[in-house]
Design a protein around this ligand. Structure first.
Ligand code: ATP
Ligand code: MG
Length: 417
């Protein structure tokens, strides 16, 4: 059907878009306050960027990407996430030669072939930030603190910050072996995908959405107990930094995160108020991503935050976003001469930045007033033959119905004050 959008997509209608503007402005404002600059990257990239960047043992790369061949037979993928493209742009434009750390934020559409549910779409949107070029846990704390301030600043209260460390390739080796030892007797019961993960990347099994696998990993050895001295110190460091900044958190050793190249800090902001898809924001450190993409060994830390889930959470919190008024002044006209005068006035008002409207449906005067009410006009100016003859117009305050007479020469001044 031509008039049905594809499954898992959602239109943002004009009657709802003010909510998007509101959170988009709030996000840009807080990012600028924290010294981040916006970056915009294309909607599609070479497929390889994501298979390398996100990691080919992840759900995203294994079964969620929108991948196609273009006419020159290149494999192209619609952005499933925001970090790899930003890392690619950072390397491509040699931004590592600029002052470090580099701090970016973005607002991007993302595409993943998933089973659509509330808070889970095929075309959705993410806010995100990335800090490149520093190993210092101040950066990790700053990234987490920004997300925390943003969410609380919007009035969201029932949300929990959970943090963990996923270690580094060195300490992960011992954990991986312990995890395999633990899961080996249960191997046959694992889902097909996890059987594959068992060899390639058993840590991913912890993040499997299958209930059977979730049950099987209960009591599994935790990464947090295998951290090397360096990773352990980093985890303490980030926690101390968060405490200094007054950010409340809990340690959840179960957090694994979606990307393969995450190292050390991993975190999620989780709410119980929007059902199963409760992770509004997820992020962490990825010290080997840039190398994996063929760039210099530059560390990074950041997060992705789902805008649709954010709006659902705000709604569940009963947060009302102020709806902007659509019109300041309605110019009601009767007769051709009045229309000519009205059009001129309409244009002058708009040039002065006043949200002015006039009828474009050939309504009679009663219909024009009705329309003015429907679009929420605060004032209506009435212009007819009498008014033109007497060089005076009446300005009606739509809320109080009070009328003020002004001379034609003063009308613009009166309406723009
Ligand atoms: P989940 O475990 O819910 O699948 P994820 O780990 O795949 O999430 P990330 O890759 O970390 O999610 O993406 C960051 C954020 O983007 C998520 O926390 C969520 O708010 C949002 N998000 C992810 N996938 C979707 C989707 N299909 N529809 C809507 N929002 C999404
Ligand atoms: Mg997912």
């Amino acid at each position: 059907m031509l008039t049905n959008a594809p499954k898992g997509t959602k239109d943002v209608l004009p009657s709802q878009v003010y909510k998007w503007h509101y959170v988009e402005r709030a996000f840009a404002d807080i990012c600028e306050t924290y010294g981040f600059k916006e970056i915009r990257t294309p909607v599609f990239e070479h497929t390889e960027l994501f298979s390398r960047g996100v990691g080919d043992t992840t759900d995203i790369v294994q079964k969620e990407m929108y991948t196609f061949q273009d006419y020159a037979k290149r494999s192209i993928t619609l952005k499933p996430e925001g970090t790899s493209p930003v890392a690619r742009a950072f390397v491509e434009h040699k931004a590592y030669a600029d002052v470090q750390p580099a701090k970016y934020y973005y607002n991007t559409p993302c595409f993943r072939y998933e089973k659509p549910q509330s808070g889970r779409l095929r075309a959705f949107h993410q806010f995100g930030i990335e800090v490149f070029g520093t190993n210092n846990m101040i950066a990790d704390a700053e990234v987490i603190c920004l997300a925390n301030d943003f969410l609380h600043g919007l009035g969201i209260t029932n949300i929990e910050l959970q943090i963990n460390s996923v270690g580094c390739p060195e300490c992960r080796k011992a954990h991986r072996e312990a995890l395999r030892d633990f899961l080996r007797p249960k191997y046959e019961e694992l889902c097909g995908t996890c059987k594959d993960r068992f060899e390639r990347n058993p840590l991913r099994i912890m993040d499997c959405k299958s209930e059977i696998c979730q049950e099987l990993v209960k009591g599994a050895p935790l990464m947090i107990d295998f951290l090397c001295d360096d990773c352990k110190a980093a985890f303490e460091d980030v926690q101390n930094n968060l405490k200094h900044m007054g950010v409340e958190f809990v340690v959840n050793p179960g957090i694994v995160r979606g990307l393969d190249y995450y190292t050390k800090t991993a975190f999620e902001f989780v709410t119980t108020s929007i059902g199963a898809q409760g992770t509004v924001c997820g992020g962490g450190r990825y010290d080997h991503l840039m190398e994996e993409l063929g760039g210099p060994p530059i560390p990074g830390v950041g997060f992705g935050l789902g805008i649709e889930r954010l709006l659902l959470t705000m709604e569940a919190n009963g947060i009302e976003i102020p709806e902007p008024e659509t019109a300041d002044v309605f110019v009601a006209v009767m007769g051709d001469e009045a229309k000519a005068f009205g059009l001129k006035l309409l244009h002058q008002l708009r040039q002065a930045g006043v949200r002015a409207e006039m009828d474009a449906m050939a309504r009679n005067i009663k219909g024009q007033f009705k329309y003015a009410n429907r679009i929420g006009a605060k004032k209506t100016v009435v212009i007819g033959d009498n008014e033109l003859a007497e060089k005076k117009v009446a300005i009606k305050d739509m809320a109080t119905s009070q009328q003020t007479e002004v001379s034609m020469d003063d009308i613009l001044k009166e309406l723009t004050k």
